[in-house]
Design a protein around this ligand. Sequence first.
Ligand code: KIV
Ligand code: ZN
Length: 512
Amino acid sequence: MKNKVYIFDTTLRDGEQALHASLSVEQKVRIARQLSRLNVDVIEAGFPISSPGDFDSVKSIAETVQGPAICGLARTIEKDIVACGKALKNGKRSRIHTFIGTSAIHAEKKLRKTEDEILDIARTSVKLARKYTDDVEFSPEDAGRTGPDFLCRIVEAAINAGATTVNIPDTVGYTTPEQFAAVFDDLFNRVPNIDKAIISAHCHDDLGMATANSLTAVAHGARQVECTINGLGERAGNAALEEIVMALKVRKDFFKVSSGVNTKEITRTSRLVRDICNMPVQPNKAIVGTNAFSHSSGIHQDGVLKAKKTYEIMTPRSIGLKENRMNLTSRSGSHMVKNRLISLGYSESEIEMKSFYERFIGLADKKGTVYDDDLITLMEAKSSDEMKDSYSMEYLHVSSGKVVIPTATVRIKHEGKVFQEAGCGDGAVAATTTAIDRIVGYNIKIEEFHLDSITEGREALGKVKIIGKTRDGFFTGNGASTDIVEASAIAYMDVVNKIARIRKFGKKSKLK
Ligand code: KIV
Ligand code: ZN
């Protein structure tokens, strides 16, 4: 199928190399199962010779994960290839991927071998790998910096020896798209047996060109792309699978090829990899960043409300997200704010937009993001008194540690009186919220608790968001401090004050 681009996922091999702690066999199997749901063509599950854990992971994945071909990596060394063959033995579809450095710097400094010696080793290794499986991939490592003549020679030799896929890695992310295009053009023009194998691209992101280089390779004949979820990988990472797959889908008019990936599984896969690997995704990351489908500017929000295509080139649903997100901030226009009020159940006649919008901007200037329950409070408040907090925290002391039961003491001022209580809990935050609950007497169930660091380093500012539920509905509270327990207490007090407001002024929450 000339118009199909095979997706080779190397999250569990090149991606895993970049993690501080290696993944367990169970964690790798969970990711591999999700990659199979995503419908990638090949999963590079690990490097079996590198450790017993990696061997077991490749073996378990080969034995239990159905669908994609399962691949193991091997240097062009006999024991590596034998280990790969053993790990993959019980798999339904197995691939061995063997590689050797071919650039002058790799040949001279790392391998201390001549080009002819490298050529021989490549040939022998591909032949050995073919004894274990019909599906063998060969990579001339650092192809991006390999001389064109030697690259053509080694690609031809590997195909003659039985390689069914030849991968062209830009190992150090050095090549520009124009140069990478020339590498592929050269191979397709000069290697006589090039049509006997699938030619693949494997790009690293050291100069931020991994996706561009991979897509350029596809435009110049590559029919396999090697990539990772969230662009995880050595140093600056590998080409991001989600970017490549969505670029091929959204710009099919240009590339005229497709992958078989089920794009609706992209978000789920990205979040699973993020959580298991403990590697956060930057908010503005293409496709899977939390802001990738959020609109903040008033002009953009207005445009999207009129016609989504004004500022959206793909739908959130196409990557498995339910809907786009409109952040309500001081930059949001009145059209957007009104629309949100209507979606919260207010009728057009209830909304006096001019004065409401002024109050909205005042609140947004103070708070940054305005949440749905803030909007309701603002809508229902008849006087500025109603917007004032009725509980304020005057004092917080927490003791916690390895051998102590976490205990918190809080002092809260309410209607001119000061109340003090202590509470214990499983941790410092639980102790604090217990002490606050004792004073305010609300039965708050914490539905969600999110902690993010806003800045870097030891003095990082921690930002906490809490969603609390009571009989009155759901309430979102936010808090920030360099002390995460204090940030949690502030967020919890924000929830408390929202509930107090609703109860005092007898308003019913429109939030479901
Ligand atoms: O970047 C690289 O060259 C690799 C090879 C093993 C293909 O990861
Ligand atoms: Zn790599």
